[in-house]
Design a protein around this ligand. Structure first.
Ligand SMILES: CC(C)(COP(=O)(O)OP(=O)(O)OC[C@H]1O[C@@H](n2cnc3c(N)ncnc32)[C@H](O)[C@@H]1OP(=O)(O)O)[C@@H](O)C(=O)NCCC(=O)NCCS
Length: 164
């Protein structure tokens, strides 16, 4: 397994719109409380601080005017990448920031990566719409994959080709 240090963050930052004053960088331990707050605010079944901490080395954060406004967790395995989490602070959602963030992360993937995979709740229309717009297609479903209150919810598995 490779760490996201293999990601080309220079390339990622170069494709962000200058007018939005955005920066993507690798996360540090100091980011944990901010990441955790966003996770709590945005997830039906939030990752624990321990889970988030365990993924810090695979986490990228989106900064706008010195505020941490989003984070993503990406794992690289051989020639595949998996997006395990992505979230934007609800206060600034719906402004195109999630799209810019995801596009920049795709641009940052090493050229050896052929596919980017992700899983999303079947009810998460907003995220699914974003992924479709970003070139992802549904490749499978996992029945009852997610906890949802007292019940369960299906996962949609989506993938996007990255090789140029
Ligand atoms: C999914 C998420 C990262 C998108 O971030 P965002 O900054 O709000 O997204 P954008 O503003 O770039 O919008 C991207 C697309 O999301 C959809 N969207 C964004 N805000 C929306 C809103 N208020 N209502 C409906 N759709 C919305 C739209 O399809 C939009 O594309 P379009 O308007 O160009 O058609 C964000 O909603 C989020 O953090 N959600 C909670 C965490 C989550 O579900 N993560 C995904 C786990 S798999």
């Amino acid at each position: 397994m490779k760490l996201p240090l293999a990601l080309d963050l220079v390339n990622a930052n170069a494709c962000l719109p200058a007018s939005k004053s955005l920066i993507i960088r690798q996360s540090t331990a100091d980011d944990l409380s901010y990441i955790s707050t966003i996770e709590q605010l945005t997830s039906v079944n939030p990752w624990s601080n321990r889970q988030l901490n365990n993924c810090l080395e695979q986490s990228l954060v989106l900064i706008q005017e010195e505020q941490l406004i989003g984070f993503a967790v990406i794992i690289l395995v051989e020639d595949q990448a998996e997006l395990h989490n992505i979230a934007i602070n609800p206060q600034v959602q719906g402004q195109g920031l999630g799209r810019f963030f995801l596009q920049a992360l795709i641009e940052a993937l090493p050229v050896t990566i052929k596919q980017l995979y992700l899983e999303v709740r079947v009810s998460n229309y907003r995220a699914i719409r974003l992924y479709h717009r970003m070139g992802f297609s549904k490749i499978a479903e996992r029945k009852d994959y997610y906890r949802n209150g007292l019940g369960r919810e299906d996962a949609v598995i989506m993938a996007r080709n990255c090789a140029t």
